[in-house]
Design a protein around this ligand. Structure first.
Ligand code: 0RQ
Length: 505
C-alpha cells in the first residue's frame, strides 16, 4: 500500500505498533481518533496496553489519560481499561471494561458535551495532549492527511499534541477522499471567535484533508483492520410504536404550517428506536430530507439510496458490517450526499440553532416534569455519557426524547417522580415519547407537563402510582411551581435498589 503513504518523509517513519508504543512515557495524555466505533486506531492501543501491562506487572506505575472523539471499540477503550491504567477518560465511552473502571472509581471520567471537548482542551481546561494517535485513510504527497471513517476531534488533537502517531488504514476506502469538510483554523478563544458560516446542512466551509506539522510525526503504522461495526437488532414493536408517534407528530407540524414539507434537518441518536424512525421515513411520502446530525447510520444510507435524503452532515459513520462494506464499495457516490466534519462543527450549537434542527435522542429516564437523565442508572452508575445529546437538545428547534416506558422487564419505570441525575433540564425538553404515547410539552408549565406526561407516556403498571405521588405532592407542597415530596422523590429508585423493582407492593 505504498500509494497510501505518498510522502517520503512520512513513509520513512513507518514502524511497528509496539515500537510506536515504546515512545509513550508513563503519565502521557493521548488524544485518540475514533467515534462510535469508526476511525479509531486499531494496532497502537493494544500495543500500548501491552506495554502498560508489562510495566505494571514489573511494579512500575504506568498510567495514561485518554481523550477521543466519542466511543471507540474493544481494541481501544477495552484494551486500555483492562490494564487498570487509565487515569482520566473523556468525553464519551460505551465500552463494558471502561464503564467498569469508571464505576469502580479507578478511572476518572469527565463527561463533556461532544462539541465542547476540543475547545475546552485548547483552552487549557484539560491537560493538553502529549500525543495524538490518529487513524487516516491516506497521506498525500504534500503531507496532508485524508481522514477515515470519522473526524471527531482529530484536527484539534493533531494541532495541540507535541507528538503525532498515525495509523494508515488500507481497509478504509480511498474514495472517502472528498467526503470530509475540515474547517480551519481551529476554534479561536473568546473574544476572538467568529461565526461558523454554515447556513444549510450541505454547506462545505473547509478542506478535504487534515493538516499536520510533519516535524511532530514520530511514527506511522500501517493497518488494514476493519472498523468495529455492530449489526442492528431487528426493529421491535415498541421501537416501531415510538417511531410512529414521532412521525405522526412531524406530519402534524408540517400540516399546521410550522415546518416545511421536507421537515427541518434531522438529528437522531443511534440504536433501535432511531433506526425505526429512519425506516419510517423511508416508507413515508416525505422527500428532500436533510440531516444535521452526529453519525451516519444504516437507515440514512437507505434514505440516500431511495433519493429521499439529499444531504447528511455528521462527524462519523456508525454502520453495521453490511453497510460499512457498502460504503467502502460506493464511497465515491455517497460523498456527494454525506459530509463528515469535526465534531465541534457537526454538533455546533450555533449552527444547530440556526438550521432549526429537530433532535431525537434516547434516555435512561425522565421525570414527570420533563427533566431527562441520559447517563446514570439509579443516579450513581455511569452508563455511557452525555454524548451529543446536550449539544443538540439545548439548541434544537424541537427537541425530542424517546424511550420504552419501562426497562429490565418492567422492573424499572422510565418515567419517575424525580430523575436521579439530570442531563437535560425541563427547560430544554420539548417532546417525550414512549410506546404508550407522545407528550408535547412545548409552552407548558411544570404542573401542566406532569399531567400530560403521566397520561401519555407512563406504562399502565406505573400510571396510578405516579398519579398518586403527583396528587399528594400537589396537596402537601407549600410551593406550587414544581410540587414534590422531597423525602419520597427518589423512593422509586431506593425501592428498586432494595427490592429489585420500582413497583409498589
Ligand atoms: O441495558 O444494555 O443491559 O440491556 O440501558 O437501553 O433501551 O436499549 O436504549 O440503546 O437507546 O440506550 C440513554 C443509554 C439508551 C443511550 C441510552 C438500560 C437498558 C439497556 C440501553 P442492557 P436501550 P439505547 C447523540 C446522542 C446518551 C448519549 C446520547 C445513551 C441499556 O441513548 O447513551 O444521547 N444516550 N447521544 O435496560 C436502568 C433505566 C434504563 C436502563 C434503559 N431507566 N434504568 N437501566 N436502561 N433505561 C448520539 C448520536 O447522534 C450518535
Amino acid at each position: 500500500m505504498a500509494e497510501r503513504i505518498a510522502n517520503a518523509s512520512f513513509a520513512s517513519k513507518v514502524m511497528s505498533a509496539s515500537d510506536a508504543a515504546a515512545l509513550v512515557p508513563n503519565g502521557a495524555v493521548i488524544g485518540f481518533s475514533g467515534f462510535t466505533g469508526s476511525g479509531y486506531p486499531k494496532e497502537f492501543p493494544p500495543a500500548l496496553a501491552q506495554r502498560m501491562r508489562v510495566a505494571r506487572d514489573a511494579g512500575e506505575d504506568f498510567r495514561i489519560s485518554a481523550y477521543t472523539g466519542a466511543s471507540t471499540a474493544p481494541e481501544l477503550d477495552g484494551a486500555l481499561a483492562e490494564t487498570g491504567g487509565v487515569q482520566l477518560r473523556s468525553p464519551y465511552q460505551s465500552d463494558p471494561s471502561m464503564r467498569k473502571a469508571i464505576n469502580a472509581g479507578t478511572t476518572y471520567y469527565s463527561d463533556v458535551h461532544l462539541s465542547f471537548m476540543a475547545g475546552q482542551v485548547a483552552a487549557g481546561f484539560f491537560p493538553k495532549p502529549d500525543f495524538a494517535v490518529i487513524e487516516v485513510s491516506a497521506i498525500t504527497a504534500d503531507g496532508e492527511l485524508v481522514p477515515s471513517s470519522s473526524v471527531g476531534n482529530n484536527r484539534t488533537w493533531l494541532e495541540l499534541a507535541d507528538k503525532v502517531i498515525l495509523e494508515v488504514n488500507s481497509w478504509q476506502s480511498e474514495d472517502l477522499r472528498g467526503m470530509h469538510d475540515i474547517y480551519y483554523p481551529i476554534g479561536a478563544l473568546p473574544p476572538n471567535r467568529v461565526p461558523v458560516p454554515i447556513t444549510s446542512a450541505g454547506d462545505r466551509i473547509g478542506q478535504a484533508t487534515l493538516k499536520v506539522d510533519p516535524a511532530k510525526v514520530v511514527a506511522v503504522i500501517k493497518t488494514s483492520d476493519p472498523d468495529r461495526n455492530t449489526p442492528f437488532k431487528p426493529i421491535d414493536d415498541d421501537s416501531r410504536a415510538i417511531a410512529n408517534y414521532l412521525l405522526d407528530f412531524l406530519h402534524y407540524q408540517v400540516k399546521s404550517g410550522l415546518i416545511p414539507k421536507n421537515l427541518l434537518p434531522l438529528q437522531s441518536g443511534v440504536g433501535n428506536i432511531p433506526n425505526a424512525v429512519l425506516d419510517g421515513l423511508l416508507h413515508s411520502d416525505l422527500e428532500n430530507l436533510s440531516s444535521y446530525t452526529e453519525v451516519i447510520q444504516d437507515g440514512m444510507i437507505d434514505l440516500i439510496d431511495a433519493g429521499k435524503l439529499t444531504v447528511a452532515s455528521a462527524t462519523a459513520f456508525s454502520l453495521s458490517p453490511d453497510y460499512a462494506h457498502k460504503m467502502n464499495e460506493n464511497a465515491a457516490f455517497y460523498r456527494k450526499h454525506i459530509i463528515l466534519r469535526p465534531q465541534d462543527i457537526s454538533n455546533n450549537g450555533e449552527v444547530i440553532r440556526r438550521l432549526g434542527v429537530i433532535s431525537s435522542n434516547g434516555m435512561i429516564e425522565a421525570d414527570m416534569y420533563g427533566n431527562v437523565n441520559s447517563t446514570h442508572v439509579m443516579g450513581t452508575r455511569m452508563m455511557n455519557g452525555i454524548g451529543g445529546s446536550g449539544d443538540f437538545t439545548r439548541s434544537a428547534f424541537i427537541s425530542c426524547f424517546v424511550s420504552p416506558s419501562t426497562a429490565k422487564g418492567g422492573k424499572i419505570s422510565a418515567i419517575v417522580p424525580m430523575v436521579s441525575h439530570v442531563d437535560h433540564t425541563e427547560h430544554d425538553v420539548h417532546v417525550i415519547i414512549t410506546e404508550q404515547g407522545l407528550a408535547d410539552l412545548r409552552g407548558l408549565a411544570p404542573r401542566q407537563r406532569a399531567k400530560v406526561i403521566i397520561e401519555k407516556c407512563v406504562h399502565p403498571d406505573y400510571r396510578e402510582q405516579l398519579k398518586d405521588y403527583y396528587e399528594r405532592a400537589c396537596a402537601t407542597s407549600t410551593f406550587q411551581q414544581t410540587p414534590h415530596i422531597l423525602s419520597e422523590a427518589l423512593s422509586w429508585h431506593e425501592r428498586f435498589n432494595e427490592t429489585g423493582s420500582m413497583l409498589q407492593a
